[in-house]
Design a protein around this ligand. Structure first.
Ligand code: C2O
Ligand code: CU
Ligand code: CU
Length: 454
């Protein structure tokens, strides 16, 4: 743990990432333009947390903190991370939402071998899109994400975005009891339903924190749902906030309505006009307070809404010549039989993924032509919602039979109960890509498939 602590400090110093300023207000200093590359040494290791006052939680952490060290990179530049595994279990890192080459995608036995205890792996890829992303293992996910192996990855815009201030808020609901001990990350009875929820909600690892923000300024809040189960229904009563990006991808700024649903894996970039000094705003999940945003005097001239963020260079699908493929997400009544391997409660087009079968990816559920245009019809046949995520490529959400959609690019779409939605994309990244529900319980009990682009 000493080691990981030292590495964190070294990593931060080398990067010139803004630290905590006076009063805990974190002012973003940006990055000098002449930094050609960014190198991190990221260590996964056990770390005791004090989530419940006076009690110890035996977490696992990236870079000595859980959620993990915030990694940053500039759009179009190469991110190089030497990942060192000091856990007692094997693991990998997946870079959620980054359109990268398949061999950097971090899925064991699909894109790489697991990184064994004591080993390291060099991840290195260009980040083509600016926005808020995150990273997590793709091995034994219920336990590894559950214990804290989740972290933000921020890709800064090529040119300064117009936001002078920003904060990253990683949302996680810990599976711990009143004494800080871990409770089950996955219970079969719940895996077959909405997934196993934790009990203690937190932001950046702190339950119900007070976050200080500069009065009168417009602050970019990067909300990242790093949780395994919970869909947060975010609202900021009394706050003046606008949505600038969904899952990393810019949208035409619009007011944050009441209850923005943020499923596991999803992100929301908000601009918040911080009220006059001394005011407090509750950031809530439905009626429940997640954090208090406190306005503190900043001594700066009041800020105004920045212009919309520039679009990311995602290829536009041509619907006229797109091929349509259908995916049904089904609940299956097959009961768990421990002699036949892990429980399978979910399937896609009649196929359940088996997390213990290293060869599942050799049987892709669909094979796409490199450069081809595709429409996927996603049909949820169950009464539980599924945040459906695709690796390697961003897709455009076209429409839904349940709600009005202004088409936008994303990597995760929250498919509501019994909803049918259409997405489209250009299969421009060759590889075998995972396509799965980001409720980890669902993913680990069948709701995952491989899609190959050849
Ligand atoms: Cu967050 Cu398979 O990914
Ligand atoms: Cu992903
Ligand atoms: Cu699901």
């Amino acid at each position: 743990m000493n080691l990981s602590r030292r590495q964190v400090v070294a990593g931060l110093a080398a990067l010139g990432v803004a630290g905590l300023g006076a009063g805990g207000v974190r002012y973003w200093l940006g990055r000098t333009r002449d930094v050609a590359s960014h190198d991190y040494e990221l260590i996964a290791a056990p770390l005791d947390l004090e989530l419940v006052p006076g009690h110890r939680t035996p977490a696992w952490a990236y870079g000595g903190q859980a959620p993990g060290l915030e990694l940053r990179c500039r759009q179009g530049e190469r991110l190089r991370v030497r990942f060192i595994n000091r856990l007692e279990v094997e693991t990998t890192i997946h870079w959620h939402g980054i359109r990268l080459p398949i061999d950097m995608d971090g899925v064991p036995y699909v894109s790489q071998l697991p990184v064994k205890p004591g080993e390291y792996f060099d991840y290195e890829f260009v980040c083509p899109d600016a926005g808020s992303y995150w990273y997590h293992p793709h091995t034994a996910s219920a336990e590894q994400l559950g214990r804290g192996l989740v972290g933000p990855l921020i890709v800064e815009e090529r040119e300064p975005s117009g936001f002078a201030h920003e904060r990253t808020l990683s949302l996680k609901t810990w599976h711990v009891d009143e004494r800080g001990a871990f409770t089950a990350f996955s219970l079969p009875r719940l895996a077959a339903r909405e997934g196993t929820r934790g009990r203690l909600s937190s932001i950046n690892g702190v339950p119900n924190p007070t976050l200080e923000l500069p009065a009168g300024q417009v602050v970019r809040l990067r909300l990242i749902n790093v949780d395994s189960t919970v869909t947060y229904r975010l609202n900021l009563p009394g706050g003046e906030a606008r949505i600038y990006a969904l899952d990393g991808n810019p949208v035409e700024p619009r007011p944050l309505g009441k209850d923005h649903w943020l499923g596991p894996g999803m992100r929301l970039d908000l601009a918040l006009k911080v009220p006059a000094a001394g005011n407090e705003l509750p950031l809530r999940n439905g009626p429940l307070r997640l954090a208090t945003l406190r306005s503190v005097a900043s001594g700066e001239a009041p800020g105004d809404w920045p212009p919309p963020l520039p679009a990311n260079p995602v290829a536009e699908p041509d619907l006229a010549r797109a091929e349509t493929l259908r995916f049904n997400f089904e609940w299956t009544a097959t009961l768990a039989d421990p002699r036949k391997g892990p429980a399978r409660y979910w399937q896609i087009n009649g196929q359940a993924w088996d997390i213990n079968d290293k060869r599942c990816a050799e049987r892709p559920i669909a094979s796409l032509r490199h450069g081809g245009h595709y429409i996927f019809v996603l049909r949820n046949m169950a009464q539980y919602q599924h945040p459906i995520h695709l690796h390697g490529m961003s897709f455009k959400v076209l429409d839904s039979d349940r709600k009005r959609i202004t088409p936008y690019f994303t990597d995760t779409y929250l498919l509501g109960k019994n909803e049918t939605a259409r997405i489209a994309f250009v299969a421009d990244n060759p590889g075998v890509w995972m396509f799965h529900c980001h409720v980890i319980d669902h993913m680990e009990t069948g709701l995952m498939a491989a899609i190959e682009v050849v």
